[in-house]
Each structure stands twice: as C-alpha cells, then as structure tokens.
Design a protein around this ligand. Sequence first.
Ligand SMILES: *Cc1c(COP(=O)(O)O)cnc(C)c1O
Length: 357
Amino acid sequence: MFGQHRDELLSSFLRVAESGAFILQEDVTLFEEGLATFCGVNHAIGVGNATDGLELIFRALGIGPGDEVVLPSHTFVASAAALVHVGATPVFAEIGPDHLLDPGAITAVVTDRTRAVMPTQLNGRTADMDAIGAIAEEHGLIVLEDSAQGLGSRFNGRMAGTFAAAGVYSFYPAKTLGALGDAGAIVTDDSELNESLRRWRDHGRDGHGGGVNQWGRNSRLDNLQAAFLRVKLAHLGEDIARRREIGHRYIDGLRDVEGLVLPPRGDDGTHYDVFQNFEMEADDRDGLSDHLSQVGVGTIRQWGGQAVHEFEGLGAFPPMPRTEGVMRRSLLLPLNTSLSDDQVDYVIEAVRRFAHS
Ligand SMILES: *Cc1c(COP(=O)(O)O)cnc(C)c1O
C-alpha cells in the first residue's frame, strides 16, 4: 500500500526522475540482485509483467507450435494466453483440495506432444513440487512455474518459483510484492537461460553497446518501478508475516463454522503459505457473499468466478468437474497488510452470523 511507505516511495521517485535514469538502470540491477537473494536463486530478470515473463521463458526454451503444456485451469487467463501467443497448446489438468494443480491428474493428460508441466503457485501456496518433479522426470517434461502469486511461499523450505527451469513473479499492485503499476520478474539458476532471457526482454540485444543477436521483445522492468520495488522488497518480510497472521486469524475464527472449507494453515513444516489470497469454499457461496456485501465487506470471486476452460470466447475445452466445483463454491475474503485485527474480526463475526442465521 502506498500510504505505508509514502515517504520512501516519494524520495525514490524524485531520485530517479531527477537523474533521468528510466530504462535498464541501476535500480533494475539492484532490485534483481535483491530479489535473487530473497528467493535463493542465481538470477532474477526484471520484465514488464509476469505474462510477458512466461512468454519470454517459452520463447527462450523453444516451446512453440506443436508443443503441449499441462497446467491447471484454476489460474489467471495469462498462464494459458502466454502459451497461445507462442503457438503452443495449453492442456488443463484438475486441481486438488488445496486448489492447486493435482500431481495425480497430470499423467492422464500427457501425450507424446507434451513438453512441459506448469503448476500455478496460487493464493501464496506452493504445489507439491516433489510429486510434480517426479512425474515430469518420468515423462521427460520441463517443469515451469507460474509463481505470479507465489512469492515468499515455500515447499520443504524452498521458495515457489525456484524449483523449475524458470519461474515468474508478478508485481501487479494487488500481489504480495506490488509495484505502482505493471511489473514482473523471472528467476532461474541456469546462466545460459538467464543470458537468453535478458536478450529476449530487450530486442535481442546483449546490453553492451546495442548489437542485436537475435529477434527479441521489448519487455523490460521499468527503472522507476524497480526503485519502488526496492523499497517494498525491504519490507516484504514484515508484509508476509502480517499476511500469515491475518490468514491464521481467519482460520482460527472460522474453523468450527459448518458449511465452509477453509484453506490450509500452511505452517506444517512442509508448506509455508503467505496468503496472497484467502480463498475459501462455502456451501452457500452466493448467499454468503451477498450477506457480507450488505454489511460492508467486499469479497471477490477469483477470475470472475470462472476457470480458464470455461470462458467460451477462448475455444472449446473438455469439462473439468472438480475445478468447476471449486469455482462455484469459492470466494476471497479481504486480505491485505493494511487490515487491522479489528477489521479481520469484523469479517469473521459477519461470516459467523450468516452461518448461524
Ligand atoms: C497476476 C497473475 C498473472 C499475471 O501477472 P501480470 O504481472 O499481471 O502479467 C499470471 N498468473 C497468475 C496466476 C496471476 O495471479
């Protein structure tokens, strides 16, 4: 939130604006270094947004026409759109009870054209990357991560985005680390891929003197956004701690309410969740969201309440009963670092009153 770091953000703006350092300048480099350290990876590459980041990864790895990539349908349309834009085919697999790609559902949709599997690290939770890695190895698939919502979350101590050949983070303002506009980053441990991605994001140039080595895109992380992100990254640890506190407060306050299915706590030593969203299921989801809206609590149906394969304008896809069931039952309670405990308790009370009415 801007207000929480107003003075630091304003002085970053003045520093960058007055020095005229707008494109691929020091703030981008310093933010990339800070992010790589935070995630425990060798390379972070700032890009225009996470959607572009995914497309650049596919292009750098040569994923294109004739290739299929397995992903969940309970994801933002961007995960699939990035595949379509490089000419590859998105193939959807079902989700498990935690709303993430179900490793057990991957094999059923693998064909001899499958090149990669790409879990979405949704709601600030990391999928079971051991199981996904094992299946990928069995079928010779590349693992990629749409970790746009995953920054800070962990599985067996390792951060979302860092298990795969490459992962992306989004710094869209509503994300756990939000810029003041569009921004994203790719992370990888592979130095060749790092070099290639840096060319892809900047017109195929290698950054030294303007020579062009290949066709490329223009998708650079804006230096001004990088400066804002450096400010926010320094506070990310506190922000994540507060998100977890709020997520756990909801769970503790609602665990005995009938008709709800709450998200996991994500503190069992295997999963470490950061509650990018608090997505829960309710038997009477629509009744609950109407009631909450009447008492001044806004809730959200993620992606407008439809999984990607359900948007008719995108083509015809096979039905996915488990995913569709979750989409009909789930909603997001308010969760951001500017909420006070009293506001969280107000939401909890409002949900409880609806359940007991
Ligand atoms: C936000 C989001 C994206 C897109 O991120 P942008 O930076 O807005 O391009 C992709 N996938 C998921 C799961 C997201 O939540």
